[in-house]
Design a protein around this ligand. Structure first.
Ligand code: SF4
Length: 451
């Protein structure tokens, strides 16, 4: 169990200096106990107190990193049941199943899909994360060869699936520098697989028949000194697994129940033969509450919605995605190119810039910092109004880049055009643009043809 707010308070400096952002040390202690503050925010905690407080401030679900280098990803460290309470922290990884009974052509095709499937959205690259290699043959040497082959084809993280200790050992030794997940320690082999994970220094999954057995297994693995554990309660029925995932998250967060304080791995690939159902199950597990999701295959029509859904759920609802304020060049503009203005809400920027790009009209796009608010919201909040826009335009440096003084503003803020022209002064002219981004290409082509 974690420490209570009062127990934490006794270990704090009690000077109420407010540097942590809280009015008092007691308020900070209460937030720390609730998992809503980080200990690092108080610069005055003694080393001794830090040690005692680390348990209270550590996320109730342990963070586990799989893979290495730029392909490494972290799961766990969640602190809330519902995204609107704060934010979900580390998005679950998607993996593709590859077995050692597949022929070379199929293995290569699957790895190609893993390596090459990505989607660009709001400036981010959305991808799948790992290859789940399964020892279906039961032959350790085949599993070792598959692991070796896959490592030569991809740098992505690996999950090694076998209940045969010899097979896990052979593949694990080959892949240990990639920090793979060994799946799985079971009631029957926990001692050997636990010892193997310890020897290789890699994370290990515990697979059980139900939560009671899972708790016992988790305690056993912890007792031999393993810290990086992933859990699988063994259920492959949606309703039961969904209940397990809820129970697990509640027990870890609300009761600080240590044996369940680890991320879950899920297998939609083992729950149905219908690819669309599999994608639906995966979508459910993204929302509640998987750390790893194994899919039978990756194809664009399922992975696009799945990766976008994951992005949406794991985006902090309290922090809008923003672009840096500045001048953006689109289609190689020159001194005579049109100048457009928008806000720095990332979604607005990417929609507007994509439409400008599609118009093929060389343009300058001025992106103003409105704290991530979209055009109308920023206007109604007083952040995208004439007396704020004019100084930004003047200081942006756009006057040196163009030999005209026309600025195209979003059609939704037509009401500011007169005032903005006045605030800008000089030869500046405000041109009313479109209300909808989809009308930008036609608008720009007509605008540019008029010179
Ligand atoms: S920074 Fe530390 S000492 Fe200062 S109020 Fe916060 S908890 Fe107390």
């Amino acid at each position: 169990m974690g420490l209570t707010g009062i127990q934490i308070y006794k270990l704090l400096p009690k000077t109420n200096c407010k540097e942590c952002g809280e009015p008092t040390c007691l308020a900070f202690a209460m937030k720390l106990a609730a998992g809503k503050a980080e200990l690092a925010k108080c610069p005055y905690v003694s080393d001794e107190a830090k040690e005692q407080l680390s348990e209270a401030s550590a996320p109730p679900i342990r963070g586990i990193t799989l893979g290495t280098g730029e392909n490494a990803f972290k799961i766990g460290e969640e602190v809330v049941l519902y995204r609107h309470e704060k934010t979900f922290v580390n998005q679950p990884g998607y993996g593709i199943l590859i077995t050692d009974t597949m022929d070379d052509t199929e293995v290569e095709a699957k790895i190609k899909r893993l390596n090459e499937m990505f989607f660009e959205r709001v400036g981010l690259t959305l991808t799948a994360d790992f290859a789940a290699l399964k020892n279906e043959s039961g032959d350790p040497s085949k599993f070792e060869s598959l692991t070796q082959k896959v490592m030569g084809l991809t740098q992505k993280a690996l999950v090694l699936i076998s209940e045969n200790v010899d097979a896990l050992s052979a593949a694990g030794k080959v892949a240990k520098d990639r920090r793979p997940l060994l799946y799985a320690a079971t009631k029957e082999n926990a001692d050997q697989v636990g010892a193997l994970a310890k020897e290789l220094g890699v994370p290990v999954a515990a697979k059980a028949n139900g939560l009671d057995e899972l708790i016992e297994l988790s305690e056993k693995l912890t007792s031999i000194g393993l810290k990086d554990i992933v859990l699988d309660p063994g259920n492959r029925k949606l309703k039961d697994l969904y209940a397990d995932l809820h129970f697990h998250r509640r027990a870890a967060l609300k009761d600080k129940f240590k044996p369940l304080g680890f991320p879950f791995i899920t297998f939609p690939n083992e729950m149905t033969d219908d690819p669309m159902k599999e994608a639906l199950y995966a979508a459910i597990f993204v929302a509640k509450y998987a750390g790893l999701i194994v899919l039978s295959d990756l194809d664009a029509h399922r992975m696009l919605p799945l990766t976008v859904q994951r992005l949406n759920i794991y985006t902090d609802p309290q922090r809008p995605m923003i672009m840096e304020q500045g001048i953006y060049e689109i289609n190689k503009p020159d001194k005579s190119s049109p100048v457009l203005l928008t806000t720095n809400f990332a979604l607005t920027y990417f929609i507007v810039s994509a439409e400008i790009e599609a118009s093929r009209v060389p343009s300058w796009l001025l992106v103003m910092d409105t704290e991530g608010l979209s055009v109308l919201t920023a206007w109604s909040a007083g952040k995208f109004v004439a007396d704020a826009i004019a100084p930004f335009v003047k200081k942006s440096g756009i006057e040196e880049k163009v030999d005209h003084r026309n600025i195209i503003i979003p059609g939704y803020v037509a009401q500011i055009s007169g005032e903005l022209e006045e605030e800008l002064g000089g030869d500046w002219k405000v041109v009313l643009g479109t209300r909808e981004a989809s009308d930008i290409p036609a608008f720009l082509r007509t605008y540019a043809s008029k010179g």
